[in-house]
Design a protein around this ligand. Structure first.
Ligand code: ZN
Length: 244
């Protein structure tokens, strides 16, 4: 099986379309989406529609949950909150119901999907200590996560040693070895924060036991113009230019 792994789209349709164009010739059998389809960007309905048409196995992120659950936006900073309130108004009833139906985690064929960490969708996995929190709760050898918007992975031997951290902001290949567990972040499609403004995604080939993280250019200007036109906070548009 070949899996296309996408996360943290955040309503950025130009980035999502470019990523799916890049994935189209890759003989993908199943798309996996790690949440935060909406929030920040100006195309929440189009992004929901696109993911639904892919028939992706999709879990919800913290922004997805807050977009459809009044009160949860209070957990966010003022700019993120403004984007969430705008998104809630924009979502069609059908898309809103679809977002509300998403589960916080999923498993398929020995792969765990989670948003922030295995035990807690809101938890940011940044350090090896954070990764250890997930590995202690992980029942499969492989998990994909998002939420930090950093393309990287962690490897754990199962012993007393802390997991090792492997940041790959320029993309890279994770050759999975037997006897280890892996926690892999494909990076963000629609709002990278690892210093590389290019859209990020991954391909997992379970026969080759290999995950490849890709970075590609997309039309950032188009995404920004949609956000300006929608009246979304300009700082959320400008950060796309620098990937922070
Ligand atoms: Zn996110």
């Amino acid at each position: 099986m070949r899996y296309g792994i996408i996360s943290d789209i955040h309503g950025n349709l130009p980035a999502l379309q470019q990523v799916l164009t890049a994935l189209a010739p890759e003989r993908i059998d199943q798309y996996l989406c790690l949440g935060d389809i909406v929030g920040y960007g100006a195309s929440p309905n189009e992004c929901c529609q696109t993911i639904r048409e892919l028939e992706a196995l999709c879990i919800r992120g913290n922004h997805d949950e807050a977009a459809v659950r009044p009160g949860k936006e209070d957990w966010f900073n003022p700019e993120a909150r403004a984007c969430l309130l705008w998104t809630r108004q924009q979502l069609t009833q059908e898309n809103s119901q679809w977002v509300a139906s998403l589960e916080p985690t999923a498993q398929v064929k020995g792969i765990t999907l989670c948003h922030g960490s295995v035990p807690d969708p809101d938890y940011y996995t940044i350090t090896p200590y954070d990764a250890n929190y997930s590995f202690q709760a992980l029942s499969t050898s492989l998990a994909f996560f998002g939420h930090t918007h950093y393309a990287e992975w962690f490897r754990y031997s199962g012993g007393d040693e802390l997991p090792s951290r492997h940041p790959h902001p320029e993309g890279g290949t994770c050759e999975m070895e037997a006897g280890y567990q892996y926690l892999i972040n494909p990076g963000a499609v629609g709002q990278p924060r690892d210093g590389n403004r290019q859209a990020s995604f991954a391909i997992y080939d379970d026969q080759q036991q290999q995950v490849v993280v890709h970075r590609i250019e997309y039309d950032i200007r188009a995404a920004q113009q949609k956000m300006f036109a929608a009246g979304l906070p300009p700082s959320m548009a400008w950060r796309l230019s620098s990937g922070i």
